[in-house]
Ligand binder design. Structure first.
Ligand code: A2P
Length: 277
């Protein structure tokens, strides 16, 4: 990491921004932007040396485009050891933040409040045999962080990343990431031994179809993977998606006998909401 990555004058659309940087914010420089669909993109920014977080946590992100910029919660998609920070975002037409955020280019400034927080962390789960990561849409972001962290594989023998989307192109971020990890010098061996990636699509043809919740209820998810139904002895779960998905998946975890945990009271599953408007 370079000595200092905070900059004096934020850059917006390639030009100096006329607005002051709000107190308590880092100014991060965009390094890379990749668009997947007309509603999904990822971006990478510089990471300040002082910034610490646990894999799976989220931060508040904004742009230097107003006196009082709009901030939204974003899970950090990169692991805690990475020299840059990565985020995976939706693009919402007329969304107060994402309407502008989707236009960022390398060299532009992104604002980030200094504190990271969240419950989708390994510390909030009791040890177990396997961890189920249930995600829909951009809810895969915290798990993109956790599956790159060796600690996840130290804690669990099997790591099952499930990702449900409306269409096949929306799966690409997760597919590319998992493929790249198989050759990763740090976690490649662990990923090949322990990570299972299970994708499903609801609104077009694909090898696996249906909502994750329906696949849990029918048991197809477990049968497809040759694993037993979830239970409190062996299984742990983390959930990230829309409000409705969180609620339904949480109820399913409870009905399978798992108890909800938190940072100060680790248990068998944890829930987080990570969507922006
Ligand atoms: P569906 O197409 O049946 O709505 P969204 O973009 O709306 O967050 O949806 C992302 C994925 O999550 C879609 O495949 C969607 O299925 C699915 N989904 C939406 N609501 C739920 C829910 N309550 N439980 C599980 N999956 C859901």
């Amino acid at each position: 990491m370079s000595e200092t990555l905070e900059i004096e004058t934020p850059i917006l659309a390639g030009k100096p921004s006329p607005f002051p940087v709000p107190a308590g914010c880092y100014t991060l420089t965009v390094q890379e932007v990749q668009h997947y669909t007309d509603s999904l993109f990822r971006f990478r920014v510089t990471r300040p040396m002082q910034f610490r977080f646990r894999s799976g946590e989220f931060v508040m992100i904004g742009l230097p485009n107003a006196e009082k910029p709009v901030f939204r919660a974003y899970s950090v998609a990169s692991p805690s050891w990475d020299e840059e920070l990565e985020f995976f975002s939706i693009k919402v037409h007329d969304g107060p933040l994402t309407e502008h955020l989707q236009k960022i280019q390398p060299g532009d400034t992104v604002l980030m409040r200094k504190k990271a927080t969240g419950t989708l962390v390994n510390d909030a789960l009791l040890p177990g045999k396997r961890v189920w990561m249930f995600s829909t849409g951009t809810g895969i972001a915290p798990f993109a962080s956790l599956i790159r962290d060796p600690e996840t594989y130290e804690k669990f023998d099997q790591v099952i990343l499930t990702h449900g989307c409306r269409t096949v192109p929306e799966l690409k971020y997760g597919e590319d990431l998992v493929a790249s990890l198989r050759d990763d010098p740090l976690v490649g061996d662990l990923v090949r031994d322990k990570l299972i990636h299970y994708t499903t699509v609801t609104r077009e043809d694909f090898v696996r179809k249906g909502r994750l919740t329906d696949l849990i209820v029918s048991g197809k998810l477990f049968d497809d993977l040759g694993l037993p139904r979830m239970g409190p002895e062996e299984d742990r779960a983390m959930i990230c998606g829309s409000m409705a998905m969180l609620k339904d998946t949480k109820e399913l975890c409870l009905s399978h006998g798992l108890e909800e945990g938190a940072n100060n009271k680790p248990a068998q599953f944890v829930v987080e909401r990570a969507f922006v408007d």
